[in-house]
Write a protein that binds this ligand. Structure first.
Ligand SMILES: CC(C)(COP(=O)(O)OP(=O)(O)OC[C@H]1O[C@@H](n2cnc3c(N)ncnc32)[C@H](O)[C@@H]1OP(=O)(O)O)[C@@H](O)C(=O)NCCC(=O)NCCS
Length: 225
């Protein structure tokens, strides 16, 4: 495969589609063992679908059998494969998104808009001063939307660097006026300008963003059954 690309694979965890694939046979022996450890069937289904999709999709890039791909886990929990491909997965409710790229480390986060209690408390904890100031200037409805838009950006960043939220979401500052850019990130992860935020359009009610280094790549979104 040549050229820089970002491919977004998206779909439903429980698919009603008549042609929907049985993903169980893409899992390796250890994962099949794990499937039987889930007590709740919906968690079992979620694991089979997300792991199975990951293996099936990666197999297309790596030219390996899905069940033979070596998926490793980095220090803070981020799954990865050795070599030139980067990926990251997010799931919420019945939906998942998987980003695959050869550009750089990548992070993706998917949420669904919903009213939350004590949004202000969460904002004070996870947003920086400049983000809080902007948030406070908005109407209540706009505040909810802005909260999620920033939240998925911050999460996508902490997932791109593989650290997770322990790194401090308030340290990953999105420019409220230009939401494709970071104003600041923790210094050990380089310069904020190097990282690029991309909105991923999904269905109404979903909010999704991806974070990657660089801006030049071919982009496509693919629905997977
Ligand atoms: C990683 C994290 C940001 C995920 O956020 P979330 O909104 O709950 O979940 P998402 O659906 O968006 O993402 C989950 C997927 O991200 C990936 N993931 C897991 N850990 C990750 C990490 N550190 N960085 C990037 N991606 C990670 C996995 O593919 C995971 O899928 P799985 O649950 O099917 O294995 C969050 O759980 C977190 O911060 N965890 C703490 C990590 C940490 O500090 N671990 C220390 C112990 S070593």
């Amino acid at each position: 495969m040549k050229g820089k690309f970002v491919d977004i694979w998206q779909g439903a965890i429980l698919s009603e589609h008549p042609e929907s694939i049985d993903y169980y046979h893409y899992l390796n022996a250890e994962e099949k063992q794990k499937v039987s450890s889930f007590i709740r069937p919906e968690l079992q289904q979620k694991y089979i679908k997300t792991r199975g999709v990951l293996r099936k999709v990666l197999a297309g890039y790596l030219n390996e059998k899905p069940e033979e791909i070596k998926i490793k886990i980095a220090e803070y929990g981020k799954p990865f494969v050795e070599g030139e491909f980067f990926f990251n997965l997010s799931h919420t409710g019945n939906k998942f998104v998987l980003a695959v790229s050869d550009v750089s480390e990548i992070g993706i986060d998917l949420e669904q808009y919903k009213q939350r209690k004590n949004l202000a408390g969460l904002v004070k904890k996870c947003f920086s001063a400049v983000e809080i100031k902007y948030w406070e200037s908005l109407s209540e409805q706009q505040q909810m939307i802005f909260f999620y838009q920033l939240w998925v950006r911050k999460e996508a960043f902490v997932k791109a660097i593989g650290r997770g939220i322990a790194v401090g979401l308030d340290q990953c500052v999105v420019d409220p006026e230009h939401q494709t850019r970071f104003l600041a990130i923790p210094t050990e992860y380089g310069c904020a300008k190097e990282w690029n935020i991309v909105d991923i359009p999904l269905n109404k009610g979903d909010v999704c963003a991806m974070v990657i280094k660089g801006v030049e790549f071919a982009y496509k979104q693919v629905e997977i059954k």
